[in-house]
Design a protein around this ligand. Structure first.
Ligand code: ADP
Length: 469
């Protein structure tokens, strides 16, 4: 544009010079014919010079005026053109200066409006793209898009995390060349073949685990029935499957636990009815077995009811201020007989008589009865069970320490599972249900407390309960 401006100026100056020279020549001729003939030489020179200087001044004034006019009209056009060039380069922030309301001003403001509209359009588009990207990346499921020729054109973070792959190994590659799991490739092929949605549960071995996925395969068909490709969405349902397995195991365990005493009660009653009841000693022995088995059944049903109550939503504790020292003393009094029967020394150690905490008296009693009864059960005769109450200011700790059989390190995380027993026979003989520690853990968590275990096989175990004051 500057070239155009220079040319315009040159043309204008040339035109002015021609006009002025023409006027000069014309005036000169007139001057000469009317006046110069009669004047002397000196006067002629003076007149000639003053005319030339006058003409020069007029020329300069006209040039300056020309420059002003051209700059007034060409400058805004040049600026508007520059903004248009910037817009084509993608710089939508470029604006031109508009300070007049004439045609050039209108051109400038139109260019500015165009730039602003473009800027807003691009901003909206960027925002939508960002939103879509965030959504795809964080949708909590794996996503793959395969184009109509079978090339993978998109994988999201979920997919990368599930399969631990690098995008460069997958993107723009043929799906059947990079996807290692035949179940997935088959599913994609099925969508391509049938052009219908496919929804399948797939078990995929991944590293050291086996994971369950629900995979949705959707054909993407654009306008005019044009094939765009296949979209695959992977939902990890391993946790749900595990829960389902836990539920199945639980039902199997409960049935088994119930079946044993019932079979025993039925067997002994039948034997008695078949004639054994006429022998007084047998009758007494069998009836006491039946009573023991009925007790076991009752405890088991009670524990199951307790557990299910605790797992209900809205399970609430009757929280009140209580003296933990008194509560432990009561539990120990209750279990003294059981300890004495095995000649086990059961003692409470505490520096303070008043250790106040907020909790549910009955539920906390249940916790410590379970822990102390276990300590007595899994400690051989002549052993020792210590209950230590320590006040740590913000929280309180109760240590239930025994000199019993101990637990192997690898078994420790499992003892809180329902029905898990290290020694099935020993637990059963002592009337255990295998649910005690599961209940303890639930109750402590409901109190926002913590439970931990230290144990050494053959040396003894220590269960530590931490409660907030
Ligand atoms: P149980 O009714 O069988 O005692 P629990 O849930 O109370 O069920 O305990 C689970 C298992 O943890 C027990 O079967 C036992 O093997 C182990 N256990 C619990 N407390 C102790 C302890 N103080 N010493 C050794 N083993 C224990």
């Amino acid at each position: 544009m500057t070239k155009f401006r220079t040319k315009l100026i040159i043309a204008l100056i040339t035109l002015i010079i021609f006009v002025l020279v023409g006027i000069g020549l014309l005036l000169g001729q007139l001057f000469k014919s009317y006046f110069l003939e009669s004047l002397n030489d000196h006067l002629k020179i003076v007149i000639l010079w003053s005319t030339s200087i006058g003409l020069g001044i007029v020329l300069i004034i006209i040039i300056l005026l020309g420059l002003r006019i051209t700059s007034r009209y060409t400058k805004p056009i040049v600026e508007a053109t520059n903004v248009a060039i910037e817009l084509t380069k993608g710089n939508y922030r470029a604006r031109t200066k508009v300070d007049k309301l004439d045609e050039t001003g209108m051109l400038g403001s139109a260019i500015n409006r165009l730039a602003q509209n473009l800027q807003e359009l691009v901003k909206t588009q960027e925002m939508q793209q960002d939103r879509l990207k965030v959504l795809i990346e964080n949708m909590g499921a794996g996503l793959v898009f395969i184009d109509s020729r079978g090339y993978i054109s998109l994988i999201n973070k979920g997919f990368i995390d599930i399969f631990q792959v690098s995008p460069t190994d997958y993107l723009y590659k043929l799906y059947y060349e990079v996807i290692e799991q035949p179940e997935i490739s088959d599913l994609i092929a099925e969508v391509f073949r049938t052009e219908k949605k496919v929804n399948k549960q797939i078990l995929i071995p991944l590293f050291i685990e086996r994971k369950y996925f629900v995979v949705y395969g959707v054909p993407i068909i654009g306008t005019n029935n044009v094939w765009k490709g296949v979209l695959l969405v992977f939902h990890d349902i391993t946790e749900l499957k595990k829960l389902e397995q836990v539920r199945k195991d639980f039902v199997a365990n409960v049935s088994h636990e119930l079946k044993t005493p019932v079979t025993s009660i039925k067997g002994f009653s039948e034997t008695l009815l078949d004639g054994a009841m006429h022998n007084k000693e047998t009758l007494e022995a069998f009836l006491s077995i039946i009573l023991k088995e009925s007790d076991r059944l009752q405890t088991l049903i009670q524990d199951l009811l307790d557990l299910s109550k605790m797992e209900q939503q809205g399970f609430q504790l009757a929280i009140q201020e209580l003296n933990l020292h008194t509560l432990l003393e009561e539990v120990i009094t209750l279990l003294n007989g059981k300890a004495q029967a095995k000649n086990i020394r059961l003692e409470l150690y505490s520096k303070q008589q008043h250790v106040l905490v907020k909790g549910d008296v009955d539920r906390l009693k249940q916790v410590f009865i379970n822990l102390i009864a276990n300590a007595i059960t899994y400690t051989p005769p002549e052993g020792e069970v210590k209950v230590v109450l320590l006040d740590h200011g913000k929280n309180v700790r109760v240590h239930v320490k025994d000199s019993g059989v101990g637990i192997k390190k690898e078994e420790i995380p499992r003892i809180f599972e329902r029905f898990y027993r290290v020694d099935r026979a020993r637990s059963r003989n002592s009337g255990g249900t295998g649910l005690g520690l599961a209940i303890v853990k639930h109750l402590i968590e409901a109190h926002h407390g913590q439970i931990s275990v230290r144990s050494e096989l053959g040396e003894g175990s220590e269960f530590i309960i931490e409660l907030k004051k």
